[in-house]
Design a protein around this ligand. Structure first.
Ligand SMILES: Nc1ncnc2c1ncn2[C@@H]1O[C@H](COP(=O)(O)OP(=O)(O)OP(=O)(O)O)[C@@H](O)[C@H]1O
Length: 298
């Protein structure tokens, strides 16, 4: 399978500051990759290099089989900046028709693109009257011009309400299902957790974690939390068998290392009917993110 994006040992320095330090990443068609990192971690630098906007010092970068910024790569890559701005006096249809003309495509395709992102009904309204979520969708419609193979999205859901975020990710899911590769940066960890295939965490320009959420969870080996509800009258008996468990509002709460999880569950199961319920809470992406992107002394 031809990779859409192939980055190996990418390094970029700005006046002595290593913005990227030996970063590698492959994205295959249909894959959605989240780029996470604190402010200044190197996310924008990486995106700018992929788009061919700035040069890099060393390593290799192949975008749709070519050099970043080369005409072939530019034709197949779309970019949505964090705060995409559009002309408020233009309607959505006029704005997209304008971008289509700039790309040498028929302005008549505007309505199809707007329909694709759910803006069909508002297409003839001025963008100045659109909500932030609607403007982001205009941005996505613009990014879809020319059926790009790679979408580079810089914090595409920042400032969107939960429903707009969910709708936006549903659109991305559809695009990925059709074979588009997606690289997006985000600070909203919970949504990334559910809606991307792999996660790359940068910290100070270095790649500190890469993989599926399950991979990251395994590598981080963070403690698992459990909540045990005992049947009436049995909480003390259970507490005595679970060292470290504390009572919170009639339940028992405890944390354990990953490799202790199954033995502890077996011990709890041994209590049979004395246990009313048990909940196992794995570490969230937020816990995992903090673990990997901890900045010493900051
Ligand atoms: N043009 C530049 N000149 C000098 N230093 C730069 C330049 N662009 C970026 N940097 C530095 O490179 C590092 C990485 O910056 P970058 O903008 O890629 O981070 P980021 O992860 O996108 O941050 P944010 O989440 O704030 O957008 C930072 O230390 C930044 O100050």
């Amino acid at each position: 399978m031809t990779l859409t994006l192939k980055i190996s040992a990418l390094t970029k320095t700005f006046a002595g500051v290593k913005a990227l330090d030996a970063v590698s990443l492959d994205i295959a068609p249909g894959q959605r990759v989240a780029l996470l990192g604190h402010n200044g971690a190197g996310k924008s630098t990486m995106m700018k290099i992929i788009l061919g906007l700035i040069p890099y010092d060393s390593g290799t970068v192949e975008v749709c089989g070519g050099r970043p910024g080369a005409p072939a790569a530019r034709a197949q890559v779309a970019y949505l900046p964090e705060n995409a701005a559009f002309h408020p006096a233009l309607t959505g249809q006029e704005q997209i028709a304008h971008y289509l003309s700039l790309r040498g495509e028929s302005p008549k395709l505007a309505m199809d693109l707007l329909e694709r992102v759910g803006l069909h009904a508002a297409a003839r309204r001025r963008i100045g009257t659109y909500s932030k979520g609607m403007r982001q969708r205009v941005g996505l419609a613009q990014a879809l011009i020319g059926k790009p193979r790679l979408l580079v999205l810089d914090e595409p859901t920042s400032g969107l309400d939960p429903v707009s975020r969910r709708d936006f990710y549903a659109l991305l899911d559809g695009l990925a299902a059709e074979g588009a590769s997606i690289l997006l940066s985000s600070h909203a960890l919970t949504e990334v957790e559910a809606r991307t295939d792999r996660i790359l965490i940068l910290s100070g320009g270095r790649m500190v974690a890469m993989g599926t959420l399950a991979d990251l969870r395994r590598t981080a080996a963070l403690p698992v939390a459990m909540q045990v509800t005992a049947r009436n009258g049995y909480i003390s008996e259970l507490a005595a068998a679970l060292p470290g468990a504390i009572r919170v509002e009639g339940d028992l709460r405890l944390t354990c290392a990953q490799d202790e999880k199954l033995p502890i569950l077996a011990r709890i199961a041994g209590f049979g009917d004395k246990v009313a319920d048990i909940e196992v809470v794995p570490p969230s992406l937020e816990d995992i993110y903090s673990h990997f992107s901890r900045r010493d002394g900051q």
